[in-house]
Design a protein around this ligand. Structure first.
Ligand code: NDP
Length: 274
């Protein structure tokens, strides 16, 4: 059997855990896979992709800051990549065409399901309005949440996200300093605040109570800044983004190789190595 070859690209890329995740998936099936990292600077993804296609690479995962560029250079886009305007998965087809997908939102929805959290009818607040938020919003709406309130430091970016998803469902913006009339049921941190510091993103007063589920896209070896805030606020259910990372990778693996890997053992293996 020929060895399938895939890459993860972005900048910086050396800390990416994707090669390990995909290797652990491949081991579940005794599948022959080579998966490498490549540092790619913004504006140069097209050149790298042409090289990959020449080498017969099956597909690439795309991370910060190339997700928008990846989406725009594809010939075809899945509905969720189109909605997000950003792609984390490119698939190189035998006819030379490129398909873009965004599995970040699906990854989060599957991880929430794995934690036993039912999404239909939930009232959601999303902190952040960047590329990750754009991937997650359509997936949550597809999963049947009642509505999403977007809170972002830069109001114009929240307004632009709300406008982009106006046709998809109930999405509105809320100012970070304005108190909320009632607590939401799912509070998602899709900001990069707390990624490299211990300061969580600002949460509007009254946005959460003890029954709110807090989900952080960030993950860390210990507790993230946002989940530490949630613990201090008396919130019981707190989940970090490691499961989402593995689930979005599983969706890419299935797209490329036609095999659906078990994610729970890979999440545990990664947790041990964080
Ligand atoms: P972007 O750079 O596109 O967006 C960053 C967002 O964070 C913006 O909304 C920005 O607000 C906000 N922000 C940054 N710093 C602060 C701060 N100090 N206080 C308040 N808000 C702040 O990043 P992405 O959307 O691509 O990624 C967001 C996070 O999600 C990252 O931490 C990333 O690692 C994580 N992620 C995790 C995944 C997983 O699988 N677990 C998958 C994808 C992303 P403003 O508009 O005002 O600048």
């Amino acid at each position: 059997m020929p060895v399938a070859h895939c890459y993860v690209v972005g900048s910086p890329i050396r800390h990416s855990r994707s090669p390990l995740i995909h290797r652990l998936f491949a081991e579940q099936f005794g599948y022959a896979l080579r998966y490498d990292r490549r540092e790619v600077q913004p504006g140069t993804l097209g050149t790298a992709v042409a090289e990959f296609q020449q080498q017969g690479v099956r597909g690439i995962n795309v991370t910060i800051p190339l997700k928008e560029e990846a989406c725009s250079l594809a010939n075809r886009r899945s509905a969720r990549a189109q909605a997000a305007g950003a792609a984390n998965v490119l698939t190189f087809e035998a006819d030379g065409s490129i398909e873009a997908d965004n599995t970040d939102g699906l990854g989060m929805v599957r991880d929430l399901e794995a934690h036993g959290i039912a999404l239909p009818g939930r009232r959601v607040m999303m902190l952040g309005a960047g590329g990750a938020a754009r991937g997650v919003v359509p997936a949550l709406l597809d999963a049947g949440v009642a509505g999403i309130v977007v809170v972002n430091r830069t109001a114009a970016k929240a307004a632009s996200l709300v406008e982009a998803f106006a046709g998809y469902g109930a999405v509105s913006a809320h100012d970070p300093a304005t108190p909320c009339a009632s607590a939401c049921e799912l509070l998602v941190n899709a900001t990069s605040a707390g990624l490299t510091s211990t300061t969580p993103p600002p949460v509007p007063p009254g946005a959460a109570d003890a029954d709110t589920v807090c989900y952080d896209l960030v993950y860390a070896s210990g507790e993230t800044a946002f989940l530490a805030w949630a613990r201090d606020a008396g919130i019981r259910r707190r989940i970090d983004g490691l499961g989402m990372l593995v689930e979005q990778a599983a969706a890419a693996f299935e797209r490329w190789h036609g095999l659906r890997p078990e994610t729970a053992p890979v999440i545990s293996a990664l947790r041990e190595r964080l």
